[in-house]
Design a protein around this ligand. Structure first.
Ligand code: TA6
Length: 290
């Protein structure tokens, strides 16, 4: 597409040395990198930034950006058998093609595409399905993320929108909406639950809940509604202090400032798409007053 013909409020920029769209409208400001079709910043008008981005995040081909909304596909982590690399799949490590940019009132709608050959070029030895991906990002007073898998052949894949949400302090943050759900606790390795009350954080937390719907994050200063469609699981993650100290792209004290809430179809709840069909995994984030 012609990046010189963009609607008002959208500019093609170089951000951290990589091509990106900068959005500035009465509804929000935002940054979306072509690398990984990665939403790296979104700040609704009159609000504090909603997404967390590590100040030590790396912006380079073949490297995942720490923060914002990484796209995990076609596997999650090391994959269902634990033998795949790179972690969370190749699609967040390569540049997606910008297909369309539209202005709809105060909303900006960006559409990106990724073909299988481009994705395979990142990890040639890893199994990548015969699918095309399209990703529609709508930026306004809400954030709407829609990843669509277009199956050219039968596909059985994992996918997740691995959203880093900024919080005042994870130690005083809670997530409502997962009450009663069972979950895989990846810290202990146990299948456990049901979740009793809101999710609270007192240590490394890495849980794959058998639930997908609307949850509410409350950090005392702000309440965010996170709604999922097309998923089977909700992943909740905070590395806490010890794991954060081992991460080279995250300041040692940064673990208090984010929680990941991920709209996911992973593990025993994958996305199965027959040839010729498509499936959309969608996450919407709506800040509301506490
Ligand atoms: O979604 C949680 C998780 O799977 C954690 O286990 C942790 O590995 C996190 O993702 C970050 O993964 P990354 O590959 O981005 O460092």
């Amino acid at each position: 597409m012609d990046l010189t013909q963009l609607p008002a409020g959208v500019t093609a920029v170089a951000d951290h040395g990589l091509p990106a769209f900068a959005v500035d409208t009465p509804a929000c400001t935002a940054t979306v990198h072509l690398h990984g079709a990665h939403v790296t910043a979104w700040t609704p008008e009159g609000s504090a930034p909603v997404l967390y981005l590590s100040p030590e995040a790396r912006f380079s081909p073949g490297t995942a950006i720490r923060g914002g909304v990484p796209i995990c596909f076609p596997w999650f982590g090391p994959g269902r058998d634990g033998d795949l690399s790179p972690s969370h799949g190749p699609v967040r490590l390569t540049e997606w093609e910008p297909l369309d940019v539209q202005r709809d009132g105060d909303d900006v709608r960006l559409t990106f595409g990724l073909t299988a050959p481009v994705a395979r070029s990142i990890a040639p030895d890893a199994p990548y399905p015969a699918v095309g991906l399209s990703y529609v990002v709508t930026l306004g007073r809400e954030l709407d993320l829609a990843l669509t898998i277009h199956a050219l052949a039968d596909a059985d894949v994992e996918a997740a929108l691995h959203t880093y949400l900024a919080v005042e302090d994870v130690r005083t943050t809670s997530i409502a909406g997962l009450e009663g759900a069972s979950y895989l606790d990846k810290v202990t390795g146990d299948e456990t639950g049901p979740q009793e009350g809101a999710v609270r954080f007192a240590g490394e937390t890495d849980r794959v809940y058998d639930a997908s719907g609307t949850v509410a994050l409350d950090d005392g200063a702000r309440r965010l509604e996170v709604s999922s469609e097309g998923g089977t699981k909700t992943v909740v993650w905070n590395p806490w202090s010890e794991k954060a100290a081992s991460m080279g792209d995250l300041p040692d004290d940064a673990w208090t400032r984010f929680v990941c809430i991920e709209t996911a179809a992973v593990h025993d709840g994958p996305i199965v798409v027959p040839a010729g069909a498509q499936h959309t995994l969608r996450q919407r984030i709506n800040p509301t007053a506490v």
